[in-house]
Design a binder for this molecule. Structure first.
Ligand code: NDP
Length: 332
């Protein structure tokens, strides 16, 4: 079994946290992660300057009392610069507005490994590059800092130009609340591969299961209202998944009837764990993700149009049409 190192508040030496003292922290982007991490940093005693374009997000940052600057100015002011804009805009923004303000000894902190791993960020020599990647949506990054429940995050040092990059990584993770839940030592490669694997293997399989179940049940003569509520409209699967996280993948089975338990386990143990699904998942991991083929395809200029076309294709599928009708009838 491969195990990762984990750092939690109780195991961190206070001396390790000095890495942020006397340094200016800059948060670039005030969206989902930016607004949450900036607020957590401030409450941890490291009030950041915020860099954002002049629009609604900037207004929100100013209203919340942050020292708001242009992206160029904030990047130049920051010794530790958190890159919290959408992944697809990062390469151009770093090249044009952030990198010119970075000096040797500064630290660029990414919240996702994708662009760094695939070589899309041009960061000046002498600048540390580290990853502090919450496994949590922005709103909950804030809420779980405030209520001290915490959230896990993946951390790594990607380029240690100063020899002090690890201390900065841990201090940033701690300041945003990431060591309350546990900072798991990872890498941009691992974070990226697992993120893409969930997106390209796990979730398509789950969506396909629901789509196929809908088709089979409708063909068996059952109503759209009954089928869609059974499958997901009731939100029962969301409840089950919450219990999976709390009680365990199989630990939560005790919440179901004995008939359900017997039916689920009888069917599951009859499936071939190393069958077609395993081969498909391995192909996605190796041929699409680790090879870089997906990243190359997604970087092409026409990829955005293809995404729009794919949205149109699924919106016209039988389950989407049925869902719209049932929602309208239920007023949901
Ligand atoms: P958002 O989509 O919420 O970011 C919006 C922010 O980016 C706003 O401040 C917006 O400012 C700014 N922005 C958008 N486009 C541009 C542009 N072209 N130029 C300059 N600024 C721009 O991003 P997230 O918070 O979701 O993601 C930030 C990072 O965090 C990403 O690396 C992501 O992978 C990572 N992450 C996200 C998680 C999540 O749950 N959302 C979880 C873990 C990591 P404006 O439009 O006002 O200019």
């Amino acid at each position: 079994m491969a195990h990762a190192e984990i750092h939690q508040d109780r195991s961190i030496d206070a001396a390790d946290l000095a890495a942020l003292s006397g340094r200016t922290v800059a948060v670039i982007g005030f969206g989902n992660q930016g607004a949450a991490q900036a607020a957590n940093l401030r409450d941890s005693g490291h009030a950041p300057v915020v860099g954002n374009r002049d629009d609604a997000y900037a207004e929100a940052a100013a209203e919340e009392g942050f020292d708001l600057r242009s992206i160029t100015e904030a990047s130049a002011a920051g010794d530790v610069v958190l890159l919290l804009v959408p992944d697809e805009v990062q390469p151009d923004l770093v090249r044009d507005e952030i990198a010119p303000g970075l000096r040797a000894g500064d630290v660029l902190v990414v919240a996702s490994g994708y662009n760094w791993h695939f070589g899309l960020l041009d960061v000046p020599d002498g600048v540390d590059v580290v990853m502090v990647a919450p496994r949590m949506i922005g709103a909950a990054v804030r809420d779980r800092y405030v209520d001290r429940h915490g959230f896990p995050c993946f951390v790594s040092v990607e380029r240690d130009a100063t020899g002090r990059a690890w201390d900065t990584t841990l201090a940033v993770a701690r300041a945003i609340g990431g060591t309350l839940g546990g900072a798991i030592v990872s890498s941009a490669r691992e974070e990226t591969a697992l993120d893409l694997f969930s997106e390209q293997a796990v979730w398509p399989a789950i969506l396909d299961v629901v789509r196929t179940a809908h088709r089979v049940a409708i063909e068996a003569g059952f109503s759209e209202e009954a089928v869609l509520n059974e499958l997901y409209l009731s939100a029962e699967p969301a409840e089950v998944f919450a219990h999976v996280a709390r009680d365990g993948l199989f630990g939560q089975l005790g919440l179901h009837s004995r008939t359900s338990q017997y039916g689920q386990l009888r069917a599951l143990t009859g499936l071939d764990e190393r069958g077609e699904l395993a081969s498909r998942f391995a192909r996605v991991m190796h041929d699409d993700i680790l090879s870089g083929a997906f990243a190359r395809e997604w970087s092409r200029p026409e990829a955005g149009e293809r995404l729009d076309a794919l949205h149109r294709e699924v919106a016209a599928s039988p389950i989407a049409a049925a869902e719209a009708e049932v929602r309208a009838r239920l007023g949901a």
